[in-house]
Ligand binder design. Structure first.
Ligand SMILES: Cc1cc2nc3c(=O)[nH]c(=O)nc-3n(C[C@H](O)[C@H](O)[C@H](O)COP(=O)(O)OP(=O)(O)OC[C@H]3O[C@@H](n4cnc5c(N)ncnc54)[C@H](O)[C@@H]3O)c2cc1C
Length: 305
């Protein structure tokens, strides 16, 4: 590890309040898959200045960092992460509604942003109300469901680059693709997102949200830890169907299992390690390729290892 680490701790304390700097943090407590070793440090910034200053400091001291939201699309290796995790959650989650526009800080949950939209009779985010991530994670991943994606509603994103420079992405500058964005490619940090929605009828919006969430409860293994759909949807196929056709429904490696309810999900049956999950991802890819000739690509992010 870098010998400037203690230096960093002292300097960070001048930027982020001490109670929001955590040490040796088990990442299984910050990811929905509930696996993964410890991050050397985790910080919870609560304003933009803290983020900018922390990033500048980490960059200048050549200390690795990684941004997380709710950790619902993330597997951290059992070896953990030898750097600083910058986490956006309740610590940075204000939501502001102005006419048809909603502005949310990166750590706001999609559920709370969608609910704010509904309460203000704004339609367009119903699809997102059951996705368990933050708005920052959702824009980065261009999260989507039920034929809608974040790109349909996002108009502006305030970001910070690795030098601590602030930049504003508008419209096409996001370069959104299927579960991808310029933010991922350039490793930008999302701090604030502005969305434009349409006026709607509150009870229609509520009904649609309830319908989508009922579909999720029916089809997805929401009672077990997972990272959602592990694989991207291959053109012309469904990953879950290909996995089932390869005979892998319920297949286990250690404590990781291909869900019996939805084969596109890998679930933690209780004592899985990150290694079990990663090995199972690779095994599924191999078997699906042998069976169908389709090479699956994982959507979940794997950190470390
Ligand atoms: C049960 C379940 C159902 C799901 N259903 C769906 C679904 O229907 N559709 C869908 O698209 N996804 C789904 N997901 C996956 C996941 O919820 C989404 O991808 C979500 O948008 C991730 O947000 P997060 O805050 O958890 O991001 P994280 O998992 O914390 O991070 C994901 C990636 O985004 C980056 N990131 C996070 N926050 C920021 C930020 N502020 N700035 C820059 N980069 C950032 C991280 O570095 C990482 O690379 C599901 C997951 C689960 C567990």
């Amino acid at each position: 590890m870098k010998d400037n680490w203690y230096d960093l701790i002292e300097k960070l304390k001048n930027v982020v309040s001490e109670d929001r700097i955590l040490y040796s943090v088990p990442m299984k407590e910050h990811t929905s898959m509930r696996v993964g070793g410890a991050a050397r440090m985790l910080i919870l910034p609560s304003n933009r200045e803290e983020i900018v200053e922390a990033v500048k400091m980490l960059h200048s001291m050549d200390i690795p960092y990684y941004v997380v939201g709710n950790g619902t699309n993330l597997i951290v290796s059992d070896e953990g992460y030898p750097g600083v995790i910058i986490k956006f959650a309740e610590n940075y989650s204000d939501i502001h509604v102005d006419g048809c526009e909603i502005t949310a800080l990166a750590g706001a949950s999609l559920a709370s942003v969608s609910n704010a939209a509904m309460r203000n009779s704004l339609s367009g985010l119903e699809f997102a109300s059951g996705i368990p991530g933050t708005i920052g994670g959702a824009v980065t991943m261009n999260a989507g469901a039920y034929n809608c994606e974040m790109k349909d509603v996002v108009i502006e994103t305030s970001c910070i680059d690795e030098h601590g420079n602030e930049l504003l992405l508008k419209g096409d500058e996001h370069d959104f693709g299927y579960r991808s964005s310029r933010i991922q490619k350039e490793k930008l940090i999302v701090v604030e997102v502005k969305m434009r929605l349409q006026r709607g009828n509150i009870s229609d919006i509520k009904e649609k949200m309830m319908y989508f969430n009922a579909c999720r409860r029916e089809k997805q293994p929401l009672d077990m830890p997972s990272a959602g759909s592990v694989f991207k949807r291959p053109r012309g196929f469904y990953a879950g169907r290909l996995i089932e056709d390869a005979g892998l429904k319920g297949y286990r490696i250690g404590g990781a299992m291909v869900s019996e309810k939805h084969c596109g999900f890998i679930v933690n049956t209780g004592n899985a390690t990150a290694n079990d999950v990663i090995k199972l991802i690779e095994y599924v890819k191999e078997r699906v390729f042998q069976n169908s000739g389709v090479m699956l690509e994982h959507e979940v992010k794997i950190l470390g290892g």
